[in-house]
Write a protein that binds this ligand. Structure first.
Ligand code: UTP
Length: 304
């Protein structure tokens, strides 16, 4: 399939969750706007979509949406001031986010769950396959995933979701997949999905992470879906119906073995800042020296 025939050209980024795990930081700001080093988390996600060739990005927003919308817009007064100072470097940073892709916004209305947020995208997406990237889930750009998922979607004609192996004691935090092996060690056929199961009931240690390539048939299923776990419309429940054969095509999982950060989780957010900080072009040397010195201090504190 050539670039011009590509079936997947649009990305949907749900960013309308309440972000209660990160209060009070998320009281007046969406968690997707929390910075990782010097960029809001969602900018990395839009960059990921753009570099996978998805130039049409729909962000589903909730309360406090202004920060998000402004971030992907131009800021004439700031740009004028930097232009007058001849500060090309900072000007480039201001322009970066507004030049990545065509970014559209749609309000979810009420935070009725991830499945509801995705369902709201129907009018924008139309009858096409599309990618969903969770706005608080950061995949390290050095470990590409989306291109592979789109290729599997195109060659198998299937819905494709991203999975990651997690320790059995953590599976209750994720959607979990029942799977059958394929002849590719990184691809499994999904036979069922369960949202946040107890470890003893989990069908595998494969957790669903925030990247999906969905066929448009998902919209009809979401429309009919009753609230599931936590009273929310769960995307996992809709995918479970597809995995059980309710749709026209099967569901496959691509197993991701790279670096991923849940930036809506406080500890993961701190780790993401340190991990991307030590590799940062301008700050890496300083942060690395500091981390090494600090680790020595912590070790001494623990031993003494
Ligand atoms: P989470 O479950 O991580 O979001 O949703 P949350 O409800 O904001 O989190 P906590 O537990 O209260 O901290 C996963 C993704 O789905 C989006 C979130 O913004 C996040 O990107 N989401 C969730 C919506 O867009 N709408 C919703 O109604 C729920």
């Amino acid at each position: 399939m050539t670039e011009t025939q590509r079936a997947v050209t649009k990305a949907v980024i749900p960013a309308a969750g309440l972000g209660t795990r990160f209060l009070p930081a998320t009281k007046a700001m969406p968690k997707e706007m929390l910075p990782i080093v010097d960029k809001p988390a969602i900018q990395y996600v839009v960059e990921e979509a753009a570099s996978a060739g998805l130039g049409d990005v729909l962000i589903i927003t909730g309360r406090n949406k202004d920060n998000l919308v402004n971030h992907f817009d131009s800021v004439p007064e700031l740009e004028y001031s930097l232009e007058r100072k001849g500060d090309e470097g900072k000007l480039g940073k201001v322009h970066e986010s507004s030049e990545l892709a065509e970014v559209y916004f749609l309000r979810q209305g009420q935070p009725l769950g991830l499945g509801h947020a995705v369902g709201r995208a129907r009018g924008h997406v139309g009858y096409e396959s599309f990618a969903v990237l969770l706005g608080d889930d950061l995949i390290d750009a050095r470990d590409p995933l989306l291109d592979r998922m789109i290729a599997e979607h195109d060659s198998r004609g299937a819905t494709v979701i991203a999975l990651m192996e997690v320790p059995q004691e953590s599976i209750h935090l994720y959607g979990c997949a029942a799977v059958e092996a394929t002849d590719d060690a990184d691809v499994v056929r999904i036979t069922g999905l369960v949202e946040k199961p107890a470890a003893a009931e989990a069908p595998s240690n494969l957790a669903v992470i925030g990247r999906y390539v969905l066929r448009p048939e998902i919209f009809d299923i979401l429309d009919e879906l009753p609230p599931g776990r936590g009273g929310e419309i769960q995307l996992t429940d809709a995918l479970h119906q597809l995995a059980e054969g309710k749709g026209e095509a099967p569901v496959y999982g691509v197993i991701f073995r790279g670096r991923r950060y849940d930036t809506g989780d406080r500890a993961d957010w701190i780790k993401a800042n340190v991990l991307l900080g030590v590799d940062h072009d301008e700050l890496g040397g300083e942060i690395t020296d500091w981390v090494i010195g600090f680790a020595d201090q912590l070790r001494a504190r623990r031993e003494g």
